[in-house]
Design a protein around this ligand. Structure first.
Ligand code: SAM
Length: 202
């Protein structure tokens, strides 16, 4: 993530929650209900932003589990800290998850409303599965809308390089990199692609 991207998210941070129309509690709960989440798990939330997923992930893993949220925008992260820093099973870290080593191994790695911002999705996924995902674990690319909504926003912001393909197309592309993928939802309200590797026992 370069400085102008950090500045961009820092500028958006104060209004992020007020402008959030898609990630309603109902929709977030519905998306998470389709994922292999369970009490006691360790979950990584990459690009946690203001922490939209954190209370739900915290609840899903319970006291025996752990949720680590990562972001490089201090503006975003400070809001997440203020809202959810008190949750005993939630930790927040400031680092670049595509460039720096992430501590720990996780059952589920969430990439929620983040995938179009990755600079090197292939390398990032390979590295995550090697260094941060437990055997049998998975990564999840998800959005609380379809790709049309996401692409319209990125077009308005003049960042067409952040183009998002439809879920089946993205799943095929990621499969072609040697991962196993499954489209769990592809509707106007939910976009979910589950990613595993053959190296990992399911
Ligand atoms: C579109 S926002 C989504 C935030 C949150 N997941 C949500 O749904 O509200 C993307 C977030 O990812 C963060 N981000 C993008 N690339 C990153 C990277 N390489 N390392 C750390 N954070 C990153 C940005 O700072 C931003 O807060």
């Amino acid at each position: 993530m370069n400085q102008s991207e950090i500045d961009f998210f820092d500028r958006l941070a104060p209004q992020w929650d007020a402008n959030e129309v898609k990630s309603t509690p109902e929709r977030v709960r519905s998306i998470l209900s389709k994922l292999p989440l369970a009490p006691g798990q360790e979950i990584l939330d990459l690009g946690t932003g203001t922490g939209v997923l954190l209370p739900y992930l915290s609840e899903a893993v319970g006291d025996a589990g752990r949720v680590v949220g990562i972001d490089l925008s201090e503006g975003m992260l400070s809001r997440a800290r203020k809202k959810y820093g008190h949750l005993p099973n939630v930790e927040l870290l400031k680092l670049d998850f595509e460039e720096e080593q992430i501590p720990g191994m996780y059952d589920v790695v969430m990439l929620f409303c983040v995938y179009p911002h990755l600079h090197s999705p292939y390398d990032t996924l390979k590295w995550l599965f090697k260094m941060n995902i437990k055997p049998g674990g998975c990564a999840v690319v998800a959005f609380s809308s379809d790709e049309k909504f996401i692409n319209a926003i990125h077009h308005e912001r003049d960042s067409d390089s952040d183009h998002l393909a439809p879920a089946p197309v993205l799943a095929r592309e990621i499969s072609s990199w040697g991962f196993r993928t499954e489209v769990l939802a592809a509707t106007p309200d939910e976009y979910i692609v589950l990613i595993k590797t053959d190296d990992q026992q399911a």
